[in-house]
Design a protein. Structure first.
Length: 281
């Protein structure tokens, strides 16, 4: 991702990045919860969420406490400078058994947003909730499923917080069930000329948002219909993936899309950080 001077935090005035987005529009194929305290929370995060199932995540733990050294924590924050976009947001994501009824899913990257600060990227209330952690950098990409019916924006918010700050944020999300609130949905990234062009705020159907505690990162994803239809009753992914749900987001598999894409991007990030910090030791 591009380098540059340190960006402002959430309180910065709205500013569009100078560099335009580099969407893959011309070739899209190319390019609930339990308590969040002490060791239980750290173990749950390391094992991953949903379909992650623990793959590759164990490398983030150090020693028996589940806490990362401060140097590693700071290094994880700066790694976004060095990660190629195709590594962080692969052109194609595959989800074996990631759809309703354990159906296989495949998602194709439609667009990548310019890396930037968080100004204007979140609804005001969600921005307020996230503001104590600060905003070092925000990276986003939007995917379309292979049927062309669903679109999903996935984001990685690299925060300015230390481990204590991230734990406080995670505990607040858990204790207040913030991930379930429709007034705290992330915003989508819609790029002109792509399958996601009509993916606006009114089209948001399902979402997930996860503050990590073993890295200064908030992972989120928000999904909707590619045809631009509005959704009157959005449903969090953790509910939409439950068998027997009859809501529109659940029946369309949009909860599975949000969760599945977030899982795979998070898994890739964990692997990159584990390799990067190990290499420097």
């Amino acid at each position: 991702m591009a380098t540059g001077p340190p960006p402002p935090a959430f309180a910065a005035p709205l500013a569009h990045p100078d560099a335009p987005a580099a969407p893959d529009a011309q070739d899209p194929g190319r390019r609930v919860r339990g308590p969040a305290r002490t060791v239980a929370a750290a173990v749950c995060l390391v094992l991953g969420f949903g379909l992650l199932g623990g793959a590759a995540a164990g490398a983030w733990l150090t020693g028996g406490s589940g806490e990362r050294p401060a140097a590693d924590y700071a290094e994880a924050r700066s790694l976004w400078h060095e990660i190629p976009v195709d590594t962080l947001f692969p052109r194609t994501l595959r989800g074996k058994g990631a759809g309703p009824g354990l159906a296989d899913r495949r998602w194709i990257r439609a667009a990548v947003a310019p890396d930037g600060d968080c100004a204007g990227a979140f609804d005001p209330l969600l921005a307020k909730v996230l503001s104590p952690a600060g905003c070092e950098r925000l990276l986003r990409a939007t995917y379309v499923d292979e049927t062309g019916s669903g679109v999903t924006t996935v984001g990685l918010l690299f925060t300015e917080a230390d481990e204590k700050g991230m734990r406080a944020l995670r505990e607040r999300f858990d204790e207040e069930d913030l991930e379930l609130r429709t007034d705290l949905m992330p915003r989508p990234y819609a790029a002109r000329g792509t399958a996601a062009a009509r993916f606006g705020d009114a089209q948001r159907a399902s979402w997930t948002i996860r503050p990590l505690t073993d890295a200064p990162v908030v992972v989120y994803a928000v999904s909707g219909f590619a045809d631009g239809r509005t959704v009157s009753e959005p449903q969090p992914a953790s509910e939409a993936v439950v068998e027997g749900q009859t809501t529109a987001p659940a029946q369309a598999g949009l909860g599975h899309d949000a969760r599945g894409i977030a899982d795979r991007v998070e898994r890739g990030l964990r692997r990159i950080v584990a390799e990067g910090t190990e290499k420097d030791r």
